[in-house]
Each structure stands twice: as C-alpha cells, then as structure tokens.
Design a protein around this ligand. Structure first.
Ligand code: RNT
Ligand code: ZN
Length: 421
C-alpha cells in the first residue's frame, strides 16, 4: 500500500470517527504509552539454553511443531527478537525466563543463578532501550520431574525451588534498577495431579509456606513487582492444580502482590477481561498474560478475537496507569516463530487501538441515562467502523510495515538467517 493511499484512507476514517466525537489523533497519541512485554520463549519453544531437552512432560505446558529455525543461543534469540520488534509499532519490553541464563564457562544450577549470568541480556536491553521482565523457571528440570516444586511434599525439593525463586527476584530487581524501569517477576509453578487427589490441602499448605519464604524480603516497587499466576488445569494436571486462581488471588491480596491473569487459564466461558476491574480494586498491580486458549491448550498465538478486544477495552476505558502490565504468553513451533510474535503482538496493539477509538463520552452518557438500547446500537455500529485505516496509518507513522507487508520481511529473514541454522 502506498503512503498516499494510507494517508487518504486515514483522512476518511478520521472524518467518520469525528462524527461520533472521536479524535483519531488522540487515539494515536494514547498508543504511545502502551508497552507490551514480548515473551522470549516463543522464539525457542520454551527450551532455554541449559540443554536440548526442552519442556518436560511434567511441565503442564507443551509446544508442538518443528518449523525450522528455532533460536538455540542468546545471540540468535536476541537477533530474532530484534527482528520481530522492528515489525511492531511502539516501544516494548522483553520477558525472560531463568532458563535463558548464559554461562561463560561453567554452568551453575538454578539455585545458584546470579544477575551476572544475564549480563548479555541486560547490556542488550540497555542498548536497545527495552525494559525487561523475568520469571523463575520451575519446570523442565529433574527436581520438577515428580510434578511438584514449591508444593512438593519433599522439603529438599521445596528448598531448591525456594532458593531459585529468591534468586530470580534478586535478578529481576537488578534489571529493574539498572534499566530504571520496574521488572515484573512472575512466579508460576506447574504443581498438580493428573488424577483426583485425596488430599487437596497438603500441597496448598506447602505452596503457601514456600511463598511466604520467597516473598519475605521486600524490594522497592520501582525495581521489582512480584506477581503470582494461577491456573485451572494443565497438561498432566487435569484434575488438580495447587496454585489455583482462588489460592493466588487470596495470597496476592493478603500479601499485596500482583496477580497474573493468563487468558488461557480459566474455564472457557469465563471472561478474563471481566476479572481486571475486580482484581485491581484489591491489589496494586495486575500482569496480563495475553494468550488464546483452544480447548485444553492455553497458549495459542493471539488473534483478533472478541476476547482479546474485551481485554483491550479494559485497558482503554479506564486509567489504570502503571498498575496494569501487559505481557504475552503463547508458543507455537508449527509456524515461523518470529511471525508468531509479530502476529500476536500486532493483534494486541490493534485491539488496544480499536479500544481507544470508542466514543467514550457518548457511551458513558447513554449508559448513565439508562439508555441501553442506544448503548447496544452504538457498540454494534462501532464494529464496522474503519479502524483498519487508522491502524495502517499508525504503522506507517511508526516506520513499520503494514499488515500485508511485514510478512515479506519475515520470509526474507527466514531465508537469509533461519534456514541456515
Ligand atoms: C503456564 C503459564 C506460564 C508459562 C510461562 C512459560 O501455563 O502460563 O506463564 O506459560 O511461564
Ligand atoms: Zn502464563
């Protein structure tokens, strides 16, 4: 699409939106404050650099597919992330897991990790002006092989993972301090049972005690934001997950931690969007893991669905400021992995832009007046407004290719870089 076509379509769209009282330029301005944390694990199928083994069968999550070109080293993963980020409008963050440590020489165990093992990530983030987020990796490890980590009945196992989580918080706080942008450190553990347990309480008691030890030390919020992520069920934990939503919601409220809401972690008829306004009344921060659940998988590439738009509307209709942290969490090894990042992140941004193009005052007024007929009529009319033209203009203004153009760049990168791996 030529710049001329993009500009003239934008002009038309601007007029149409203006007739509803929406200023498209303000919507574009609002997009500047949106920063999304790109999950590094989409680039290598959640394998990390410790070994070639990748996700174990007790991880509760799984990647499928063998598309060529998986990143195998830090340099490859950073190059792939740079490529993806060059095709996404705006300034964003990168989310790391502990398994992406890089050792010069001797490798250390997860309970011995230090910030120096992430110095290459930190230097890169500084150079590229990316914020960093972090996660302890409590899976894909012999000490997680029995399916339990922080909730294990074995004290030795619990202590190992407690130490790993303590070190992860330290590393995360170091990132936040050095980059002058708070790092969100999110704790998720796979602990649970494939089949119906007899004792539902014991693992939860252990999990609570482990978390109490992990979160005892406090860090300034400017450096570290601690978050916990629950789940309804996982692969191999279909019948019982110790860290359920109720467990972590209660834990986060009583300990003032952030709650991570993963869009794939609830019953399919529950709305994750609807949870945000409830949770934010009781905790300071919410981390979103924007994802797409498909049947029993919680981690499909994000597409522009009604669910995604509902989440985006919660961001644009309220002023949550720096209390709502936007992250992604999906992994697909069956398609070009860089394209997966680009598709998912662009869709999330597009949904947010569509949200900013709502006639807020008009909708607030009719709702207040109790005119639900008008509310429904306007919300339906908005579905066919020309937001695509505003989006293309936004991409052009940010010097990134349009929806139909970016794929060419990914294909050429696939040819020149990925195919050689
Ligand atoms: C798993 C959780 C968790 C992981 C990542 C890799 O169900 O969603 O967030 O996907 O930490
Ligand atoms: Zn998640």
């Amino acid at each position: 699409m030529s710049l001329k076509t993009i500009e003239s379509s934008y002009k038309n769209a601007k007029e149409q939106y203006a007739s509803l009282g929406v200023d498209t330029d303000s919507a574009l301005k609002a997009m500047k404050s949106i920063s999304i944390s790109l999950h590094c694990w989409q680039g290598d199928d959640v394998a990390g650099f410790e070994s070639d083994a990748g996700l174990g069968s007790t991880s509760g999550i799984m990647t499928t597919g063998n598309y060529p070109g998986r990143a195998r080293t830090g340099d490859e993963l950073r190059a792939d992330l740079d490529k993806a980020l060059s095709l996404i409008p705006g300034k964003h963050r990168v989310n790391l897991h502990a398994i992406y440590a890089e050792f010069e020489g001797k490798a250390v165990e997860r309970d011995a990790l230090e910030s120096r093992h992430f110095v290459r990530w930190l230097d890169w983030a500084k150079l590229q002006n990316y914020g960093l987020d972090f996660n302890p990796t409590c899976f894909s490890h012999p000490k997680a092989a029995a399916g339990f980590t922080l909730a294990s009945p074995d004290k030795g196992i619990r202590d190992f993972w407690i130490e790993h989580c303590l070190r992860s918080r330290e590393i995360a706080a170091h990132f936040g301090k050095k980059l002058k942008s708070a790092t969100v450190n999110n704790v998720w553990v796979p602990d649970g049972y494939k089949d119906t347990p007899f004792d539902r309480m014991a693992p939860r008691k252990h999990l609570k005690e482990s978390l109490d030890k992990i979160f005892q030390k406090r860090y300034p919020r400017t450096e570290l934001i601690d978050s916990v992520e629950g789940k309804l069920f996982g692969i191999g934990t279909e019948s019982y997950v110790a860290g359920s939503n109720d467990f972590y919601l209660a834990y986060a409220v009583s300990n003032q931690l952030a709650v991570c809401l993963d869009a794939g972690h609830y019953h399919p008829t529950e709305s994750v969007a609807d949870k945000i306004s409830s949770v934010l009344l009781f905790v300071k921060d919410v981390l979103l893991h924007v994802s797409r659940g498909v049947r029993w998988d919680s981690d499909h590439v994000v597409t522009l669905t009604d669910d995604l738009r509902a989440i985006a509307e919660e961001i644009t209709r309220h002023d949550y400021g720096d209390r709502l942290h936007l992250g992604l969490d999906f992994f697909d090894a069956s398609i070009n992995r860089i394209a997966a990042w680009v598709i998912g992140t662009r869709n999330f941004l597009k949904a947010i832009l569509i949200g900013y193009l709502e006639p807020r005052n008009l909708l607030l007024r009719v709702e207040k007046e109790g005119d639900y007929t008008a509310r429904l009529a306007y919300l339906e009319a908005l579905k066919t407004m020309p937001y695509g033209a505003v989006w293309e203009y936004y991409c052009a203004k940010n010097n990134v290719p349009s929806d139909l153009e970016w794929l060419k760049e990914v294909k050429s990168y696939e040819h020149s870089v990925l195919e050689k791996r």
